[in-house]
Design a protein around this ligand. Structure first.
Ligand SMILES: Cc1cc2nc3c(=O)[nH]c(=O)nc-3n(C[C@H](O)[C@H](O)[C@H](O)COP(=O)(O)OP(=O)(O)OC[C@H]3O[C@@H](n4cnc5c(N)ncnc54)[C@H](O)[C@@H]3O)c2cc1C
Length: 530
């Protein structure tokens, strides 16, 4: 008999909820977490400026109406410490701590066909057996530091934003370089600029950003909103992105240009990425419509940044707006008007080396006291590939995924019985409000496990044909949009040598949920039950 019914790897939003859901269903469960605290993304990314870009009313658990009513968010887009407090509150409130083991990295997981169970090895030298293995390792948890020649010789400290010192870093009076201008670089740069003697922002790709218009939550508004939270959550579940935004429902190309500009300006003033991007139906599928939105956003950069040369470098032109994660910031572009901030274009003059005193590019040298990498993650598959997972016949998951990550419904990899991946490759995951997608996956997996047991089965395994058909569908949907045109981490383009596969599912959160439910209703169609 296995030690556990369910072994969970990771204790972020996904792992925490998995413990709660499986335990409430009467199963024995244990989550193994490499970090010294729970929270995942919100534990590790404690850099200054870190905050969510989906509103707190959406970016929170919905499984407990009482939790939903009792917890009050202070801001529209809460900062990292508040989200971390929330997750710790959830663990306290539901008494989850006894089933979460911190400071424990899962190093290997091996399917034992004879006993129909997994053997899970951890870096404390122990092995446990579990009937089911749930990966909750996170889409954005394997951080990525680019290999820069000479980095080891740099005399000052260097940091990756996703492994930020928990006591913080004081950059007062220092010359600091930030490498990377994606969501994180855009969040951290203004914070450093406020205290550093000088900030150098090293930019390879100019990115689009919309304002947050962040602010405190009005208690009156909160009371009114919470009165109908349940029906709001239902709308979110049925929506495209996991957030019930209201678009115009029209294509931008079918509307008079002045009217499009008015609509975009209204949404720009209101703030938030999803409502802005979702304004028109053709922006993510039609290049000309996309260019209207892109040019609107470039105009906002032109009118914000005083130096026309700097503004020119900041204009995003390398990809369609929305095809990379849309950044959100209230102060990033204005930051370039400060006299202590320099934008360095490393597209035209790439970084050549790091020396003890700074960083050299093809045409210049920058003296630095500290370096910050805001260079993101080996997304979606990276953290799972770091574990030696072996399925039927000892097949390593890394080998199965040699041509790109894949899983039936984005949740169950064929050849790996009784293994499920929360927000895995082929599910809406990073293209959605992730908390909602996490809840949907955890609940679906729980129901699948319970149903299999009550029908007398001990194994549940995706059929290769079902996985092939699902991944073909994922690819087909992706290639009917503009998304694959960008060299993004959605396709693995930020990791040298990673196969280019569009991993997230773009069919929409609501339709995806309906498909998962239909598979369950049909007796777990596409799965072999044994
Ligand atoms: C800075 C930042 C801001 C974000 N903002 C938003 C947002 O506003 N909205 C949104 O929808 N999404 C956002 N995301 C995405 C975010 O990752 C998800 O929303 C969500 O937090 C993911 O939760 P998770 O539990 O799936 O993964 P994670 O939070 O990444 O947790 C995974 C955990 O697994 C652990 N782990 C990994 N491998 C092992 C192992 N081998 N053994 C043991 N433990 C392991 C890790 O240490 C980590 O704690 C953001 C991401 C980042 C980085």
């Amino acid at each position: 008999m296995a030690d556990l019914d369910v072994a969970v790897v990771g204790a972020g939003f996904a792992g925490i909820y998995a413990v709660q859901a499986f335990r409430s269903a009467g199963l024995t469960v244990r989550a193994f977490e490499a970090g010294s605290g729970i929270g995942g993304t919100w534990f590790w990314n404690c850099y200054p400026g870190a905050r969510c870009d989906v509103e707190s009313k959406d970016y929170s658990y919905s499984f407990s109406p009482e939790l939903e009513q009792d917890w009050s968010w202070s801001e529209r887009y809460p900062a990292q410490p508040e989200v971390l407090r929330y997750l710790n509150h959830v663990a306290d409130r539901f008494g989850l701590w006894p089933d979460i083991q911190l400071n424990t990295r899962v190093t290997a997981a091996t399917w034992d066909a004879e006993r129909s169970q997994w053997t899970v090895a951890t870096d404390d030298g122990r092995r446990r057996t579990a009937r089911f293995l749930i990966s909750a390792v996170g889409c954005l948890s394997a951080y990525q530091v680019p290999s820069l020649p000479g980095l080891e010789t740099f005399a000052g400290p260097w940091y990756h934003t996703s492994r930020w010192p928990r006591d913080g870093v004081d950059f007062t009076g220092q010359r600091v370089g930030v490498i990377g201008t994606g969501s994180t670089g855009i969040q951290i740069a203004p914070e450093i600029a406020a205290v550093a003697e000088h900030l150098y922002v090293f930019q390879r790709t100019a990115n689009f950003a919309v304002p947050n218009r962040n602010g405190a939550i009005d208690p009156e508004w909160e009371r009114g909103f919470k009165a109908d939270y349940r029906s709001y959550r239902k709308q979110a579940q049925e929506s495209f992105l996991g957030v019930p935004i209201t678009g115009t429902g029209r294509p931008a190309l079918a509307e008079p240009p002045a009217s499009v500009q008015r609509t975009l300006m209204e949404r720009w003033q209101a703030g938030g990425g999803m409502p802005f991007l979702g304004a028109y139906t053709d922006v993510l599928v039609d290049r000309a419509a996309n260019e209207i939105m892109a040019e609107f956003m470039r105009d906002r950069i032109r009118e914000t940044v005083a130096d026309p040369f700097v503004a020119g470098l900041l204009l995003p032109r390398a990809y369609p707006v929305g095809a990379k994660r849309l950044c959100q910031s209230d102060d990033y572009f204005a930051m370039f008007n400060r006299s202590n901030v320099t934008l360095v274009d490393i597209r035209s003059a790439p970084i050549s080396s790091v020396t003890p005193s700074g960083l050299g590019t093809a045409d210049s040298f920058y003296e630095l006291d500290a370096l910050v990498f805001a260079t993101g993650f080996d997304a979606i598959s990276g953290a799972l590939r770091q574990i030696d997972v072996r399925g039927v016949g000892g097949l390593p998951l890394a080998e199965k995924w040699a041509a790109g990550p894949r899983a039936y419904l984005g949740v169950a990899p064929a050849g790996f019985p009784n293994m499920f991946i929360v927000t895995g490759p082929g599910s809406p995951s990073v293209l959605s409000n992730m908390v909602l997608s996490i809840e949907q996956h955890v609940e679906w997996i729980r129901d699948c496990v319970l149903q299999a047991a009550s029908d007398g089965y001990s194994t549940v395994e995706a059929k290769p044909s079902a996985e092939d058909a699902w991944m073909a569908h994922v690819t087909e949907v992706a290639y009917s949009t503009l998304f694959p045109l960008a060299d993004s981490w959605y396709v693995g383009a930020n990791i040298p040598g990673k196969p280019r596969v569009f991993a997230p599912y773009l069919g929409g959160v609501g339709p995806y949920r309906a498909r998962c439910d239909a598979v369950a209703a049909a007796g777990y169609e596409g799965f072999a039950l044994g």
